[in-house]
Design a protein around this ligand. Structure first.
Ligand code: FES
Length: 421
């Protein structure tokens, strides 16, 4: 997040506050077809063409700190195994033994220089998944070990997060993330400590759940306290990036500016963060706004100088989503030394505050699926402030392949001239 981007966000916010309608030339959106959130057909298209071909976060590099460390990962609906090799590289294999299909490892995490299936002891090495030994090999007629290695999927790291993509020929992770990566740079994401995690099931389609975090149009209606909203949605400066990613920087409301000692919505300065350790290079704008990033398809990160939650949306079926949020903090300053003990008071308060926002969002979402499935909803009209949702849907169609989607369920590609490249 360099000075040029910060200047642009400032002028974008000033523009957003002052405009009387969407910018000239901004397209009118068609209604989003409701069937994209409710039909078996669309869920099957996603299962066949999105989830097997997209980058998702499987964990953190420190989860596999030493060679041989591994963890299993099943959130893409297939059993995978992430392991750090003897060469230090992190790889991902299917956790499926090539003998008779048992899981190669059964513990959620562990450490081993060899991966030995407990059923008949077929054993694989960790740098390429090669089958290195099996008992009574003489009894397999014509067994070719070279074609019995563990199948590998794409696995790379960004900002300390381990990403996997079931497509072995996936676009390189850095290319896929593209220019939005710059925003993460000052957060020292390679050195984070997990503060706490939550996992809840929300009875909604995964897109209904994720869309709630792609706009702040709703913010003052469901998150106000005593009639006061922390944010002013009218000034939100959004950026749409290639591959469906986006950012949304939302200024503080007048009342919140007064509360934290800012003279105006762009009086951006480092605020006193009390007992919290902070990442030293994070710019002041982050303290004085809501700075949220979305990585397509299922990652939302509201960044902060004291740390940030990572929200992950995992479809369980077309009507339910497992929503995980994992709060991380920078390790700078050495003030995260409570080990596995109880969270310090200031973090307990931060956790309670963030969980309350999530509760308010989930309370709002919970009845939505049933309501959306009513024949009364004929389409979903989006406004300019909700353009990040449209951006997600456009990318979804590009990944699935528009030709595979029935025309009544497709969305037209309208935002290509509004992408930051
Ligand atoms: Fe793994 Fe037989 S199923 S060794």
């Amino acid at each position: 997040m360099d000075a040029a981007l910060i200047d642009r966000i400032r002028s974008d916010m000033a523009y957003e506050f002052g405009r009387v309608g969407p910018p000239d030339g901004f397209p009118a959106f068609d209604d989003i077809p409701v069937a994209r959130h409710t039909s078996d057909e669309f869920a099957q298209l996603e299962n066949a063409h999105l989830w097997p071909r997209t980058w998702v976060i499987a964990g953190r590099a420190e989860d596999v700190a030493a060679p041989g460390d591994y963890f299993v990962f099943a959130d893409l609906g297939v059993p995978l195994l992430v392991v750090r090799g003897t060469d230090g590289r992190i790889r991902c294999f299917y956790n499926t033994c090539q003998h008779r299909g048992a899981p190669v490892v059964r513990e959620a995490r562990g450490s081993s220089r060899r991966l030995r299936c407990q059923y008949h002891s077929w054993t694989y090495e960790i740098d390429g998944g090669t089958l290195v030994s099996l008992p009574d090999e003489r009894d397999f007629v014509g067994l070719d070990r070279s074609v019995r290695c563990l199948p590998q999927v794409s696995c790379e790291t960004f900002a300390g997060f381990v990403f996997v993509n079931r497509d072995p020929a996936a676009q390189p992770l850095a290319d896929w993330i593209g220019p939005i990566a710059e925003i993460f740079e000052p957060f020292d994401c390679e050195q984070l400590r997990e503060i706490y995690r939550r996992s809840v099931v929300v009875p909604c389609n995964w897109k209904v759940t994720a869309e709630a975090f792609l706009e702040v149009y709703h913010f003052r209606h469901i998150h106000s306290r005593n009639g006061v909203s922390v944010l002013d949605n009218r000034g939100a400066a959004m950026g749409l990036y290639p591959n469906g990613h986006s950012r949304m920087i939302t200024p503080y409301s007048k009342q919140n500016c007064q509360r934290v000692g800012m003279d105006s919505w762009d009086d951006w300065k480092l605020l006193d963060q009390g007992p919290f350790a902070t990442a030293p290079r994070v710019p002041a704008i982050v303290d004085c706004t809501s700075t949220a990033i979305s990585l397509f398809p299922n990652i939302i990160i509201p960044l902060g100088r004291i740390g940030f939650p990572v929200l992950l949306f995992w479809p369980m079926d077309k009507r339910s989503t497992r929503l995980d949020w994992i709060y991380y903090a920078p390790t700078a300053g050495g003030r995260h030394d409570w080990g596995d003990g109880e969270l310090p008071q200031h973090w307990q308060e931060q956790r309670a505050g963030f969980d309350q926002i999530m509760d308010e969002d989930m309370m709002n979402m919970t009845p939505m699926q049933e309501s959306m499935e009513s024949p009364a909803l004929r389409g979903i009209p989006l406004n300019y402030q909700e353009r990040r949702i449209w951006h997600l849907h456009e990318q979804l169609d590009r990944v699935i392949g528009p030709e595979r989607i029935p025309s009544a369920m497709r969305v037209p590609q309208l935002l290509h001239d509004f992408i930051e490249r």
